[in-house]
Ligand binder design. Structure first.
Ligand code: HSE
Length: 437
């Protein structure tokens, strides 16, 4: 490095699984990072809550419990936020920006709730705000949406963006395991937390879906705008039936532009729920804790981004990519792309969403059942694609796969089916994507 090259001073908020890897890699790869940034990158302060916690390989002098001192220190150029949670992360990031610091974060929950405020603050302060690590860990997906594909029109983003649930659903599919036993295995391997609610009830995926949808459709989207359903109700039987019919069940985050007719305003839908997709779909081959995001664009066509969506080192890779980018901008006196929400599209209510459905019914095996079910489905304007019957002694299981219908029509169909004398139970209703006809 030439003598005149600047050194940019970096402060970090948090030093957990991801932060400690960021610090380790910044120290280990110091020379390469400097050569690629055009400036030295020195980590000078790390804010943590508890000084007693050991952090192997990191100079103990760097640690402080005074997090405020990092975001107000005039000698610090760049701040990395990896502490997670809403507060004090939000307040510290805003203070860092007000104090002229570029910020890199991995905080999806914060972005999904307060993204607009943070983007506005970074614009006002003329500082960079990067967050590639917030969605799908190591996978570069936000930069492609914000930069490479920004000249195109995104039609749909469909992703497996939660590794824990993908691990659970993979085990259920490959071994026939129940949800509970697959969850226990995921916990014993460290994929699922002791309290797995954020993952299995899809809060994590909904936050990431909001971020993806905002970028893809140039519209403010918060986690509250995302329809969310977890995977806890998926049974081994659901997975078996799906498999028999040539499908896999995945937890998908789907953000799409809805078709418009005549003078209708364009809207988008954003949803996260268990979804059946054909075994031949590119997302069906994404196993275990891997993530993948499938993007459909008007001109580029279909693209898929695949990789590790969590873990200290993969997530640190995305953070360091952002760090080098903001360092380059700072050295050049420029800024990276800012958030655009100019399109300001309305988010359609879930009832207006159109997809296919698989309805599993336990029925009495008597004459006229099929006719009653078919009539009820038809009376709601829903068209049947296939029906399958499996015998179960005196009862039978009917599996109805519909053509595309609105969620509202489907809900009313299911309520009326449940009222039929011959229908003993509605075993499950699962949305189906990825069929072309
Ligand atoms: N718990 C998340 C997952 C990783 O399982 O993908 C962090 O977002």
């Amino acid at each position: 490095m030439s003598a005149e090259k600047r050194t940019l001073r970096v402060g970090m908020l948090g030093c957990g699984v991801v932060g400690s890897e960021v610090a380790r890699l910044m120290i280990a790869n110091q020379q390469d990072l400097a050569a690629r940034s055009g400036a030295g990158l020195e980590i000078v302060k790390i804010g943590i809550r508890n000084l007693a916690r050991a952090h192997a390989g990191i100079d103990p002098q760097l640690f402080t419990t005074d997090l405020e001192s990092i975001v107000t220190d005039p000698s610090i150029d760049l701040v990395i936020e990896v502490m997670g949670g809403i507060e004090p992360a939000r307040r510290l990031i805003l203070t860092a920006m007000e104090n002229g610091k570029a910020v890199v974060t991995a905080n999806k929950a914060l972005l999904a709730k307060h993204g607009a405020e943070l983007f506005h603050a970074s614009d006002e302060a003329d500082v960079d705000f990067y967050y590639e690590a917030a969605v799908a860990g190591a996978i570069p997906i936000l930069r492609p949406l914000a930069e490479s594909l920004v000249g195109d029109r995104v039609q749909r983003v469909m992703g497996i963006i939660n590794g824990t649930t993908n691990y659970i659903l993979t085990k259920m599919y490959e071994t026939g395991a129940s949800f509970d036993s697959a969850l226990k295995e995921a916990q014993s391997l460290g994929y699922a937390e002791a309290d797995p609610t954020a993952d299995i009830e899809s809060f994590d995926a909904a936050a990431k879906a909001a971020i993806l949808a905002g970028l893809a459709f140039h519209t403010q989207v918060t986690d509250e705008d995302v329809y969310r359903e977890g995977i806890t109700h998926i049974t081994a039987d659901d997975v078996w039936v799906a498999k028999e019919m040539g499908f896999v069940i995945k937890l998908l985050a789907i953000a799409e532009a809805n078709e418009t007719h005549g003078s209708e305003e364009e809207t988008i839908s954003v949803r996260v729920h268990p979804t059946m997709i054909p075994k031949t779909h590119p997302l069906a081959s994404v196993r275990e804790a891997f993530n993948a995001v499938f993007v459909q664009c008007e001109s580029a066509g279909e693209l898929m981004f695949y990789g590790r969506g969590a873990g200290g080192t993969p997530t640190a890779s995305a953070i360091l990519g952002d760090l080098v980018a903001v360092a380059r901008n700072r050295i050049e006196g420029s800024l990276g792309p800012t958030e655009t929400d100019y399109a300001d599209l309305d988010i359609a209510p879930m009832g207006a969403t159109k997809t296919r459905y698989l309805i599993r019914l336990e029925v009495a095996d008597i004459p006229g059942v099929l006719a009653a079910v078919a009539t009820t489905v038809a009376n709601n304007g829903v068209s049947i694609l296939t029906v399958r019957q499996d015998g179960r002694g005196l009862d039978a299981e009917l599996t109805v796969l519909t053509h595309i219908a609105t969620e509202a029509a489907l809900s009313s169909t299911v309520s009326q089916l449940a009222e039929l004398d011959s229908v003993k139970d509605v075993l499950s209703v699962i949305r189906v994507e990825g069929l072309n006809s």
